[in-house]
Design a protein around this ligand. Sequence first.
Ligand SMILES: [Zn+2]
Ligand SMILES: [Zn+2]
Length: 244
Amino acid sequence: MILNFQNIGKYLLHVLLPRTCAHCREDLLYTDDEPLCPHCRGALEPLTGLCCRKCGSPLESGGEYCFDCRGHKGGGPNVELVRSAFAFNPELRSLIHAFKYRGRRDLAEPLGREMAAAYGGSAELNGYKFLVAVPLFSDKERERGFNQSELLARVLAREKNLFLLEGAVERVRNTPSQTGLSKEDRRGNVKGAFKAVKPELLKGRRVLIIDDVATTLSTVNELAGTLLKAGAKDAAALTLAREP
Ligand SMILES: [Zn+2]
Ligand SMILES: [Zn+2]
């Protein structure tokens, strides 16, 4: 190994603050900037296989649409289509947790680049040049110090020459966490949660909603409804993770 000042600096940091994998807690090499060890990194599951053409959920037995979308229930009435970079597996869950709650704001960069790769790999998204990040309620954003979806959207916009419509929509209601709620309750939980505060930014545009994790798509659908009402031509969504 070439011993240079950068490596010496990293080595000293490693001795003072040993780094561990965000998932399995194994020690990481001090020369490695990755948050996951090679084993956990290899366990991430990019959604590049067969997916529903509308809602983007992985299909196990072929066909073009998932069961829900064949019955016109999947994806929801407002959002045109949904794509995601990865399946929401335990390794990715740890990674997103480190990003959102454990001070690893720097992870926006590699994760945003993964979203840029997913955007590039989904030809059907290429007509969407304007991004809206799912907004957090102002108190929550202040507490966390950032909006994770907005950080991801910034990296994606830079990588793919897209336009992030900052401040176009706000979350006007502090909705409780969706975790543990039924599909019906989730829909009710986010109803009326968003408001288009700069409709002039949305008018006539095809808007791509950016979120970190999509589960039932109720948040994405509610926001898509708000965008359409404000005059957007249509709305699709790209998320980092997809929970089936
Ligand atoms: Zn690991
Ligand atoms: Zn579907």
